[in-house]
Design a protein around this ligand. Structure first.
Ligand code: SF4
Length: 117
């Protein structure tokens, strides 16, 4: 099962092989591949399987936790996701693809936006 924080559901859609470090990129690519095959994901409002190889993770907490936590709340709210709950990715993509496209408006302020899609 993949553990993922809500705003990363948008990041994986835009992932274009760029990232903070080689380790981060390899791990992100692994998570993106796994998400295509796994049926279930665990939603978390803390560090997840993508954060695990990020240089910005410090003592199991993102150095920008305040900012990314807000993104998580916005995305979770729009997609009706709860912390600690397991979701079926098939149903989730079917129900939320249109919403996720609309949510790209939150991505505009992200430093990685120009590298995505
Ligand atoms: S640690 Fe922070 S910057 Fe790094 S992937 Fe996680 S949320 Fe993003």
């Amino acid at each position: 099962m993949i553990k993922i924080r809500p705003h990363h559901l948008l990041c994986v859609r835009g992932f274009n092989g760029k990232g903070y470090s080689d380790d981060f990129i390899q791990n992100m690519a692994r998570v993106v591949r796994a998400l295509k095959n796994k049926k279930e994901i665990l939603i978390t409002f803390g560090y997840d399987d993508i954060c695990s190889k990020c240089p910005d993770l410090n003592n199991e907490k993102c150095v920008s936790e305040e900012k990314v936590g807000k993104h998580d709340s916005l995305v979770a709210n729009e997609l009706d996701l709860e912390n600690g709950k397991v979701y079926n990715t098939v149903g989730l993509s079917k129900d939320t693809d249109a919403k996720k496209t609309a949510l790209k408006r939150y991505c505009v302020s992200c430093e990685w936006f120009d590298e995505c899609y």
